[in-house]
Design a protein around this ligand. Structure first.
Ligand code: HEC
Length: 120
């Protein structure tokens, strides 16, 4: 009787461990208990990885994110021109593609859009 009880106990512990592990393989992470990273707005991730270092402190005259006054005359040029300036760079201080050489034009457009939305 005791032996049977033990077998069942160990079996259920084994099942528990198994199910806990398989939950971790779930790509959606829905049942794994893993906290998903907060979804970033399009462009926000690239901004934080590449543009932030200059555009947060306003390095070398870079218009700071959220600085409505600094952005107003730039935003007035329209998003196409801002994207063109981002892709080509503005010598000497604004590097071409904002230093993100692996970014596509679409990703840069989303990043410029993110900066505009947060600076007006
Ligand atoms: C090394 C510093 C630096 C980095 C990194 C950088 N910028 Fe800039 N950026 C500048 C400076 C400085 C200016 C202002 C240039 C000027 O007007 O002479 C500027 C200006 C701009 C402007 C305004 C252009 C215009 O026509 O007025 C946009 C848009 C912009 N940056 C987007 C970005 C994006 C997007 C990224 C990241 C992918 C980025 N920048 C990364 C320094 C930087």
């Amino acid at each position: 009787m005791i032996n049977k009880f033990n077998r069942i106990t160990w079996l259920s512990i084994g099942l528990l461990v198994l199910s806990a592990c398989s939950g971790g393989d779930d790509a959606s992470g829905a049942n794994s208990g893993v906290v998903k990273p907060v979804e970033l707005a399009p462009g926000q991730k690239i901004y934080q990885n590449y543009c932030f270092s200059c555009h947060a402190p306003g390095l070398s005259g870079a218009p700071r994110l959220g600085d409505v006054e600094a952005w107003a005359p730039r935003i007035a040029k329209g998003p196409e021109l801002l994207l063109k300036a981002t892709i080509e760079g503005i010598p000497p201080a604004m590097p071409a593609r904002g230093i993100c050489m692996s970014c596509t034009d679409e990703e840069l457009a989303a990043t410029v859009d993110y900066m505009i939305r947060n600076s007006q």
